[in-house]
Design a protein around this ligand. Structure first.
Ligand code: ADP
Ligand code: MG
Ligand code: MG
Length: 483
């Protein structure tokens, strides 16, 4: 194991077994008592929470790269907005993919239906999260974008609580001088206030905010804290929570296309579900999605934003000259381009063949991605080879994109997980981190009313692990220690 790869503290931590055990238990209790919880997958109950998994210590992140990531977010927000409003571009990005990928096709159909019928709401609200990793090999321009999320961008609360966990750990360890190294994080407040602002612009006193959730929400604290923060900011606004299935049974459109649920008109629809085929059990959920889209409610996101967040669009933006079409300021475009890493289309043409050959020659250098969200869908290493061999001459290839694998610097940390014995909690592990930067953008047609960076979240996983989903059980919450 490499020596002390986490300079925020000397490792291994110098506490007796008893003191270390006490510390871990105390921090777990602190965490769950301050909203760092989730539903347990193994013992699901609507009445209980289990502690979120987290790193005992923050992970080191270069301050200058963090600043860069934060500074670039408004430009990424605006880029996403411009892309979402460019039908020709969205179609050219997705036309081959929708031939072979049913889920993306269904989303695109919904979009086409709206284009034909006419959009009903000029106001759009984006709650975005740009995920980045550091590339350890490059000395400059270290941060590289993993992806841009435009729907259900989560951890606006858990990202905040992660920093607070680490503040508590530092306080317990007597490291008071290091508290200032943990950056402020107001993500929850910023994200919620964008939703409240959209509600205000809808300008109907009795209207409500609707949150669309999955049938079983594991990430309950993160979701609930958004709802509670909206209530804190605007006590008079009612927040209603429904699944798409419930919407299909309970909601309807008024003659003037108002979205009515529980006898109230909806001003803003905030999706925390709807990004995965698993959230659509059949026609009912798709009709509910279409009904919402047809309504006058402000959708976060609307269908164009959802499509603008596909990996295919991300890949197309990376092709020479494309990003520059949307970002007229050359300086801004250059800043954005620096965070892109190699992205390759896999269409049945010469470029696609080249990319396939490159991947077959060195699969460990790449990640193969379908048009899916929520983690656990990508392929790595030998699985890339198998997949590409199976659809070599087949247009199914167009459902995927290929991406250079980013290799973040390795650090050491303790990964604290629920129901895990002391032995494992106190084992120093080699880990890598991924940072998410939150942005909000509220527009009236082409006019940008609000465009902000509002906070961050960080997840960390074992180096041996390909994906880092916290709810999938791979990743754990973390926060940056800026140096
Ligand atoms: P999703 O929308 O499902 O979250 P991502 O593109 O974020 O899809 O991929 C899921 C995870 O896979 C990421 O959180 C990261 O851990 C890993 N990953 C994705 N792309 C890369 C990459 N280019 N290099 C290294 N790891 C990656
Ligand atoms: Mg995603
Ligand atoms: Mg992701």
């Amino acid at each position: 194991m490499a020596a002390n790869l986490n300079p925020c503290i000397s490792l291994p931590i110098s506490l007796s077994k008893n003191d270390f055990q006490d510390l871990i238990q105390k921090v777990k209790d602190w965490t769950i008592m301050h909203g760092g919880g989730m539903r347990s997958k193994t013992q699901f109950s609507n009445d209980s929470l289990t502690v979120v998994p987290f790193t005992l210590l923050p992970s080191v992140f270069p301050r200058s790269e963090f600043k860069k990531a934060v500074a670039i977010q408004p430009a990424l927000n605006e880029l996403t907005h411009r892309v979402s409003n460019d039908h020709e571009f969205l179609y050219s990005c997705l036309e081959k993919t929708i031939e072979v990928d049913e889920f993306t096709r269904n989303l695109f159909k919904l979009y086409e239906t709206m284009r034909n019928e006419g959009f009903t709401q000029r106001l759009s609200l984006g709650i975005l999260r740009s995920d980045i990793m550091q590339e350890k090999e490059s000395s400059d321009d270290r941060i590289k974008q993993v992806e841009m999320n435009t729907i259900a961008s989560g951890f606006g609360w858990l990202g905040v609580v992660s920093g607070d966990i680490h503040r508590f750990v530092f306080q317990q360890l007597g490291l008071l001088d290091k508290l200032s190294v943990l950056p402020e994080n107001n993500a929850l407040q910023g994200l919620s206030s964008a939703i409240v602002k959209a509600w205000e612009l809808f300008n109907e006193k009795d209207s409500v905010i609707l949150v669309i959730i999955e049938n079983q929400s594991m990430n309950i604290c993160d979701q609930r804290f958004h709802q509670f923060e909206i209530a804190r900011q605007r006590p008079e606004v009612k927040v209603i929570v429904k699944t798409l299935t419930q919407m299909s049974n309970e909601a309807k459109l008024s003659d003037s296309k108002g979205l009515l649920v529980q006898g109230k008109k909806v001003a803003v629809v905030y999706y925390r579900a709807g990004y995965s085929p698993d959230h659509y059990f059949g026609e009912a959920e798709w009709s509910a999605r279409l009904m919402i889209e047809r309504s006058t409610a402000i959708k976060c996101p609307n269908i164009q934003y959802h499509l603008a967040g596909t990996k295919k669009v991300q890949q197309a933006l990376a092709t020479p000259g494309t990003l520059e079409r949307f970002v007229k300021d050359p300086k801004k475009a250059a800043e954005i381009r620096k965070v892109f890493t190699g992205l390759y289309a896999l269409d049945l043409d010469e470029n696609g063949d080249k990319a396939v050959k490159m991947a077959l020659d060195a699969p460990d250098r790449f990640v193969l991605k379908p048009q899916r969200e929520g983690g656990g869908n990508n392929l790595y290493g030998e699985d890339i080879r198998k997949k590409l061999m199976s659809c070599m001459e087949n247009k199914e290839r167009s459902a995927w994109i290929l991406m250079d694998k980013i290799n973040p610097p390795v650090q050491q940390n303790y990964l604290i997980r629920p129901n895990q014995d002391f032995e494992k909690n106190s084992t120093l592990c080699e880990v890598v981190s991924e940072m998410g930067i939150f942005g909000t953008i509220l527009c009236d047609g082409d006019e940008i009313l609000i465009n902000e960076q509002v906070g961050h979240m960080m997840r960390t996983k074992l180096t041996s692990c390909n994906e880092g989903g916290v709810h999938a059980g791979d990743g754990v919450l973390d926060s940056p220690f800026l140096i």
